[in-house]
Design a protein around this ligand. Sequence first.
Ligand SMILES: [Zn+2]
Length: 303
Amino acid sequence: MGFLTLTGDSDRSSVSGHSFAPRSCCSSTVGGALYSAAVSDTETKSQDARPQKVKVYLESRYRKLERGLPQTIFYCPECKGNRRKSRGCERCEGFGKLTKDSVQEMIGRKAIPLFRAKRGKFHGAGREDIDVLMLGRGRPFVYEVVDSRGPDADLTRLDEMIREEYAGRIELDPFRRVERERVPYWKESKFDKLYRVQVELSGEVSPEVVRALAGQSFDITQRTPTRVAHRRADLERHRHVSIQTVGECVDGTLSLDIRCVHGTYVKEWISSDDGRTTPSLTSVLGVSSKCAALDVLDILTDD
Ligand SMILES: [Zn+2]
């Protein structure tokens, strides 16, 4: 492969690691000398002053082993992280966001300097709630390094740095360079998910009724949950939940492994959300039930 584009379009080009030319080929000196005859003085000047910046797309899967960790930057809902507005913001105390870390920022702190960039974007194949663990094979995502001046950075080094710094909090599959098309692929694909839920029961349920849950499946109707109603349209959705495994019921807490179609509100399937989800585990068991903990065991991707 020859030179990457040396026009002002460079910001929009995406590069695959396998075809990317060695650094020396892309330096502004070489590019400038080669192209100086063909472009105007002003163009030459701007190219020389600005080393080439490209986007790099890195694909991996993450496992999230800590509750309270959001997938992406958790901007303060009051000031939206706006620097000027956050100064007097009581909600975030001027911090601009509500958690110190997110999966996105943990990766960015290592990837952005390594790729000599200023920022990155996180494109996840869906997302779990902040208090939900992401286990199993992890959740696929693409991390986009924007305007990299060092796109040929060593991915093994990146893997190592993240492993060293964040052991026990997040785990990532080895990164690989991909084309931009992987972003819409993961964004638009819909996959079933396996969850493990810990259900808190408010009353006695007979062991026979609990055991009989295994293998049952439910076509459910869910109105937009009250907890997200402020940012989502109030709609009715039809979803499917099947109970795969029923664990022991210890001290009023029952463990279930369930399979759900994309977009199921699991917590509301358990609680019924004041009757907005029907049927719910609460209606099936006849006692009010609450989600005490939730883990994603797997995202049933095609590969
Ligand atoms: Zn704020």
